[in-house]
Design a protein around this ligand. Structure first.
Ligand code: HEC
Ligand code: HEC
Length: 397
C-alpha cells in the first residue's frame, strides 16, 4: 500500500517549461519537444519544485498538485515492463479493474487500474462516477494482439492513458509506448500510428490508430457542473459498471466489495446496481444490453450536460426514458442526417435508422463516435440493429 509514498516526488522545473506551454497549445510540435528523445525521465536530474519535506507519513497525504512525469514509469503504477502476454504488473495499491460493459476502441485490448492514495478513500455514488479523492490516478492501457483469436500472444502495447485527480480537478495525459516496450512517453499532442492485427473474425486489419491529444481527451471526458463550468472527469468507474468480479491480488472477487473491505470505499449499499454486459445475453435482455452499449459508448457526449447532447438533443444515457430523446421518430438536427433515412430511429427498421447507420459506418463526418475508432464495430452495430428491429413498427411523422 505504501507504493505511492515510496516514490520520490520528482521535480520537473525544466519539464514544466517545456511541457506546460505544449499542454496549453496542445499541438503535435509541442509534443515532440516535450518528449525526451531517449524516452528517459528528464525529472531525475532536476532540483525539486515541491520540496520533499519529510517523513513517509507526510508524503502519503496529497497536499499539492502532483508533478506530471514525462515517462509513465514516473507514476510508479507498475513494476517492470509488460510480461510475455503483454500485461503490466501493478504495484501494491494499484488495483486492476474491469467494467461490466466497455467502450469499443477498434478491438484494442484494454487494461484499467485505479490507485487511491494511502489514507484516502472514495465515496459511493448511486448514479455517477464514484467520488474519488484528490490524488487518485486512473489508467487505461491499449494494446493489440497480433491475432485477436489468440489475445495473449504477440501483444503490443500502444498507449497508456492517465487521469490524475489534482487539487484543481482531473487532468488527462496520453503516454505512447516505445517499440522496445520498455517505457511510455508523454505525448500531449497525441500521435497517429499504423496498426495491423487480425480481428476476432480472422480478418486482417490495418489502419491508422489515433492516440488522442489532450484536447481530444476533453471531447469525451467532458462534464458540465451545476454552475455550468466545463470540467474533465472519469467516465467508466461508476458503481453499476464496477459491480462485477475480477481477479485482484490473486483472488476472484467483487470489485466494489474489495474496495469497501480494503477501506478504500465509503457508503457501499447492500445491493448496488449493475449494468449488463452488452454482449452477454445471460446478463440482461436485448433492451437493457443495447441501452448499456449506448450508455458506455455514446452517453459521455450524448447527455443532458454534454455539448453534443445539447446540440443534437439526443440523450443516450441508460436511464433516458423519453423515447424521442433516445432518437425514436426524431429527425436529426445535425450533420450526417443524409445517412440512410429520415429519423434517428425508425422502430422496426434498422436499415432506415440514422442512429444505426452512424454506428455502422466508418465514413468521417458521419460515423459515431466521431473520434475513438477507425473501424466499424460489427458486433455493436448488430446489437443495435437487433434492438431497433425488435421495436414494434410504427410510422414516424
Ligand atoms: C472517444 C471518446 C474518448 C476519448 C477521445 C478518450 N476517452 Fe478515455 N474513456 C472513454 C470512455 C467511454 C471510457 C470508459 C469506458 C472504458 O473504460 O472502456 C474511458 C476511460 C478512460 C480511463 C479509465 C477511467 C475512466 O474515465 O473510465 C482513462 C484513464 C482515460 N479514459 C483516459 C483518457 C485520456 C488521457 C484521453 C486522451 C489522451 C482519453 N481518455 C480519450 C472515452 C474516451
Ligand atoms: C465524442 C462525442 C460523441 C460521442 C462519443 C458520440 N457522439 Fe453522436 N454526436 C456528437 C456530435 C458533436 C453530434 C452533432 C454533430 C453531428 O451530427 O455529427 C452528434 C450527433 C449524433 C447523431 C445525430 C443526432 C441528431 O438527432 O441530430 C446521432 C444519431 C448520433 N450522434 C449517434 C451516436 C451514437 C449511436 C453514439 C455511440 C455509438 C454516439 N453518437 C457517440 C458527438 C458524439
Amino acid at each position: 500500500m505504501g507504493s505511492l509514498s515510496s516514490r520520490p516526488r520528482r521535480a520537473l522545473a525544466a519539464l514544466a517549461a517545456a511541457v506546460l506551454p505544449g499542454l496549453l497549445l496542445d499541438c503535435s510540435s509541442a509534443s515532440e519537444s516535450a518528449a525526451p528523445a531517449d524516452g528517459g525521465d528528464a525529472g531525475d536530474e532536476l532540483a525539486p519544485v515541491i520540496a520533499d519535506s519529510g517523513t513517509e507519513m507526510e508524503a502519503d497525504v496529497v497536499t499539492g498538485p502532483r508533478e506530471i512525469p514525462t515517462s509513465l514509469s514516473g507514476f510508479g503504477l507498475f513494476t517492470g515492463g509488460p510480461d510475455a502476454k503483454g500485461r503490466l504488473t501493478p504495484v501494491a495499491g494499484t488495483i486492476p479493474y474491469e467494467l461490466t460493459s466497455v467502450l469499443f476502441s477498434d478491438y484494442a485490448l484494454k487494461a484499467r487500474t485505479l490507485t487511491i492514495p494511502p489514507g484516502s478513500k472514495a465515496t459511493y455514488r448511486p448514479e455517477g462516477v464514484l467520488d474519488f479523492p484528490v490524488g487518485t490516478i486512473l489508467s487505461k492501457t491499449f494494446a493489440f494482439p497480433a491475432d485477436s483469436r489468440q489475445p495473449e500472444v504477440g501483444v503490443r502495447l500502444i498507449e497508456t492513458r492517465i487521469l490524475v485527480h489534482q487539487p484543481s480537478g482531473w487532468e488527462a495525459y496520453p503516454y505512447l509506448w516505445n517499440d522496445e516496450q520498455t517505457e511510455a512517453t508523454l505525448v500531449p499532442g497525441g500521435r497517429v500510428l499504423p496498426v495491423s492485427f487480425v480481428d476476432p473474425k480472422g480478418d486482417a486489419r490495418s489502419f491508422d490508430y489515433l492516440v488522442p491529444s489532450r484536447n481530444q481527451c476533453q471531447q469525451c471526458h467532458h462534464l458540465v457542473d451545476e454552475n455550468g463550468a466545463q470540467l474533465l472527469g472519469p467516465i467508466g468507474p461508476k458503481a453499476r459498471y464496477l459491480n462485477r468480479n475480477n481477479v485482484i491480488a490473486g483472488t476472484d472477487q467483487n470489485q466494489l466489495t474489495y474496495l469497501a473491505n480494503a477501506g478504500l470505499l465509503d457508503g457501499l449499499p447492500g445491493s448496488p446496481p449493475r449494468a449488463p454486459d452488452a454482449f452477454d445475453p445471460a446478463s440482461g435482455d436485448l433492451e437493457s444490453r443495447a441501452r448499456a452499449y449506448l450508455d458506455i459508448n455514446c452517453a459521455h457526449c450524448h447527455n443532458t450536460h454534454g455539448t453534443a447532447g445539447i446540440t443534437s438533443r439526443l440523450f443516450l444515457q441508460h436511464d433516458t426514458t423519453d423515447r424521442f430523446s433516445l432518437g425514436v421518430c426524431k429527425r436529426p438536427g445535425s450533420a450526417g442526417g443524409s445517412l440512410g433515412g429520415e429519423f434517428d430511429i425508425l422502430p422496426g427498421d434498422h436499415a432506415r435508422s440514422i442512429l444505426w447507420h452512424r454506428i455502422d459506418t466508418t465514413e468521417s463526418g458521419k460515423m459515431m463516435p466521431q473520434i475513438g475508432r477507425a473501424l466499424a464495430h460489427v458486433e455493436g452495430s448488430q446489437l443495435i440493429a437487433d434492438w431497433i428491429d425488435a421495436m414494434p413498427a410504427e410510422t414516424c411523422q
